[in-house]
Design a protein around this ligand. Structure first.
Ligand SMILES: Nc1ncnc2c1ncn2[C@@H]1O[C@H](COP(=O)(O)OP(=O)(O)O)[C@@H](O)[C@H]1O
Ligand SMILES: [Mg+2]
Length: 343
């Protein structure tokens, strides 16, 4: 405590006092390793029953935060409560009610899946009957039946990770921490892991989940905090983040090919249409032609622009094949948020 590198974040957040109503409440938390400031005065709350996503690039401070929240690492400074209890003073009680799946693979190479699950249940002090019931349930829930009698080192990486996540559910908990559970998995194995976690969320479990993949955060999370270089640069719902940082939508209008429709939508004709569209667009909106049959409009008010453009297209008598409005992706949001946070 009282390390030299410790300092407070320049912009104060209005939730400085930890709240007992939250499952996790973090206020001005900093962590340093010697001179390196890994986490720099972050504050956030996680509600009970929510999936909270901690999204950030490598080295952002995600694992460090998980280690502190799970009492594996003593915080350098800050005020942190889990289930309303101070994590330093009540680490023992808190540990009983949480689960954690860390990044490092942890499994016994020559144990069968079933035996590994059983041993883990023993570690948590579960009686034999409970262990058997629990194993049966998990084997079903995580689709492990076909490899439950195989040894861990005979499994694929995706199957091993599935066992690693499933194993944590051998004991009851109110809160689980998952540190990049999908790293190194192919897209289908990744999706499977997320779906297994989703099933448990429906049962009211609170989940703290880290990832550097936007789609995953979007798929799984109620709230997302974007962390970069030890600082939280945005916290919101996936939809809120998109609105805030990815306000620009694009409208794509595809025109019938030049050869069809009595030659009305020829390339030359479309150049005129593009010019006409540019004339009616509001300031800040723009139009371009990514290919000879497409006009793309980027605008913060895509719907309003579209109304104007449709009138114009009707007059120009061009054949429209399709119109689509594309919302910003979380990837756009992530890049925009990090871009904006640069000094
Ligand atoms: N045990 C450690 N000793 C020294 N530096 C560390 C240690 N663990 C992490 N770091 C550093 O702290 C920063 C944050 O790391 P980490 O929390 O692992 O980030 P993430 O999980 O987001 O990739 C990085 O710069 C990393 O190199
Ligand atoms: Mg990490």
């Amino acid at each position: 405590m009282g390390q030299p590198g410790q300092k407070y974040h320049s912009h104060q957040q209005d939730n400085d006092t930890p709240d007992h109503d939250y499952c996790i409440s973090v206020s001005n938390f900093s962590q340093s390793y010697g001179h390196l400031q890994a986490v720099n005065g972050i504050s956030f709350n996680v509600e009970y029953g929510q999936v909270f996503g901690f999204l950030g690039p490598n080295g952002a401070g995600k694992t460090t935060t998980i280690k502190v929240l799970t009492t594996l690492l003593h915080p350098s400074s800050g005020n942190i409560r889990v289930f309303g209890q101070d994590i330093v003073k009540h680490s023992k009680e808190i540990r009983k009610k949480i689960g954690v799946v860390l990044q490092e693979p942890s499994f016994e190479a020559n144990l069968t899946v079933e035996r590994a699950l059983d041993l883990y249940g023993m570690l948590w002090g579960l009686p034999k009957k409970d262990r058997q019931e629990r194993i049966e349930e998990l084997v079903d829930r995580f689709d492990m039946r076909q490899f439950m009698h195989m040894k861990n080192d005979e499994l694929s990486i995706g199957q091993r990770r599935r066992v690693q996540v499933a194993r944590e559910f051998m004991h009851d908990m109110d809160l689980i921490f998952l540190d990049e559970p999908t790293v190194g998995l192919d897209p289908s194995a990744r999706r499977a892991i997320l779906d297994y976690i989703k099933k448990y969320v429906q049962g009211g479990l609170t989940v703290f989940f880290t990832t550097h993949i936007m789609e995953e955060a979007e798929y799984l999370c109620d709230q997302i905090a974007i962390i970069n270089r030890g600082e939280i640069i945005a916290i919101d719902t996936p939809a809120g983040l998109k609105k805030r940082y990815g306000g620009v939508e694009s409208v794509e209008i595809k025109f019938a090919d030049g050869g069809t429709g009595m030659g009305m939508s020829t390339g030359a004709n479309l150049q005129d249409v593009l010019a006409a569209i540019r004339d009616v667009l509001a300031d800040g909106s723009s139009a371009e032609m990514p290919d000879t049959n497409t006009v793309r409009i980027s605008s913060a008010g895509a719907q309003e622009e579209l109304v104007k453009i449709i009138g114009l297209l009707a007059k120009a008598k061009v054949q429209v094949e399709s119109i689509s409005i594309n919302p910003p992706t979380l990837e756009d949001v992530f890049i925009a948020a990090i871009e904006k946070s640069k000094p």
